[in-house]
Design a protein around this ligand. Structure first.
Ligand SMILES: Nc1ncnc2c1ncn2[C@@H]1O[C@H](COP(=O)(O)OP(=O)(O)OP(=O)(O)O)[C@@H](O)[C@H]1O
Length: 362
């Protein structure tokens, strides 16, 4: 296992920033920690890199314990590279020397280090920029230099703390592609933290949704969207309505009088359940229900709206290829839904409710 976290904890004053995180990240994985501001993401990353000590639990990298009771391997001896949102490049060195520096300081000769640096610059497609100073590069190019420097440092594990947060939306999108391609080429295990859901879904092999210092759910992007484990995750990821319904023995649930075949995590006893409805579970244009459309937005190529249906406590998220108008009424069919697993009881003593995923603390 590339990164192994066992019940790691960190408290500042009386406040648990990281409150018992356990995870196994596989070699070569692109693992994204997604959560709102203040949920503990950076603290988690700092504990893995060695910049922060642990108050409890253990961290192992490539099977080697690096943090735990009586153990604290310093950051420089952990073989991890860290890329922050500020690129932390040396302004007085050109790009090649910025990348060569970690190789040279690890004892490689200057010539060999510079040759090696050129190879890593090729990985991030910056060979032609080797002689420039960081100030002469765009934000995205600086970010690529920082990635090349991580590789040059021999990092098998790369930790990225919101590396795209400073970039404009266009550059962000192209840097997502760059990071994706970089990950494929370099194959380094990557732990990436962000509060940007779209970015997380685009890049991750798995996403950990973090709130209140804990991982609320760890799953592939598709599973998080299609099979959220809790109402909180369902509402945090994508668009959703969460509706009370009664599950029948035949696997159907009745919603606003319509019987709908719903999916469950496993055998589920008939009775009251909560059903997650995504836009893909709603067909506009025909059907037994009538909806009034609210909050219509055009989102490049499709219209999004909330569809209020009589008898449902919450409006349903809908998407349409045809133009929609606020206030129009439209027939609608529910075609599916996801039954939330029965909630696990909160651990006593944990201050549940301090922060929800949609309300950043601070
Ligand atoms: N050195 C510190 N001293 C005291 N409190 C801290 C310290 N570092 C972090 N905290 C607190 O711990 C909590 C988690 O902070 P952390 O930086 O890990 O969150 P985050 O999810 O990375 O947030 P953001 O996305 O805003 O960077 C916050 O409430 C923060 O104020």
């Amino acid at each position: 296992m590339a990164v192994s976290l066992t019940d790691i904890r960190k408290t500042f004053g009386d406040r648990a920033a990281v409150d018992g995180v356990t995870a196994e990240i596989e070699d070569g994985e692109f693992f994204v920690v997604l959560g709102p501001s203040g949920c503990g993401k950076s603290t988690l990353l700092r504990m893995i890199s060695g910049l922060e000590t642990l108050d409890g639990g253990r961290v192992a990298l490539d099977g080697r314990p690096v943090a735990g009771p009586g153990t604290h391997v310093p950051p420089e001896a952990r073989n991890v590279g860290v890329v922050f949102q500020s690129y932390a490049l040396w302004p007085h060195m050109d790009v090649r020397d910025n990348v060569a520096f970690p190789i040279e300081s690890a004892g490689g000769g200057r010539r060999a280090a510079r040759a090696d640096a050129e190879r890593h610059l090729a990985t991030v497609a910056l060979e032609e920029f080797a002689a420039r100073r960081p100030a002469e590069l765009s934000g995205g190019q600086r970010q690529r230099v920082a990635l090349a420097r991580c590789l040059a440092g021999g990092a098998r594990t790369i930790l990225m703390d919101e590396p795209l947060a400073n970039l404009d939306p266009h550059l962000r999108a192209s840097m997502e592609e760059e990071i994706h391609a970089f990950h494929r080429r370099a194959g380094a295990t990557t732990l990436y933290i962000t509060h940007d859901q779209r970015e997380a879904m685009a890049l991750a092999s798995r996403v950990a949704v973090m709130a209140r210092g804990r991982f609320q759910q760890v799953a592939t992007p598709q599973a998080l969207h299609d099979r959220p484990g809790t109402e909180e995750v369902a509402r945090f990821i994508g668009r959703a309505a969460v509706l009370p319904a009664t599950l029948e023995a035949d696997g159907q649930a009745t919603l606003a009088g319509q019987r709908v075949a719903v999916a469950t995590a496993g055998p589920t006893a008939p009775g009251p359940v909560s059903v997650v409805i995504r836009p893909g579970d709603v067909r506009l244009g025909d059907g037994p229900l009538t909806a009034r459309l609210e909050r219509v937005f055009y989102r490049g190529g499709a219209w999004e709206a909330m569809a209020a249906v009589e008898g449902l406590p919450e409006a349903l998220p809908v998407t349409s290829a045809r133009p929609l108008r606020t206030g129009e009424t439209a027939p609608l069919t529910l075609t599916g839904g996801w039954v939330l697993p029965a909630p696990a009881s909160e651990t006593p003593g944990h201050d549940a409710g301090r922060q929800t995923l949609s309300e950043p603390v601070e």
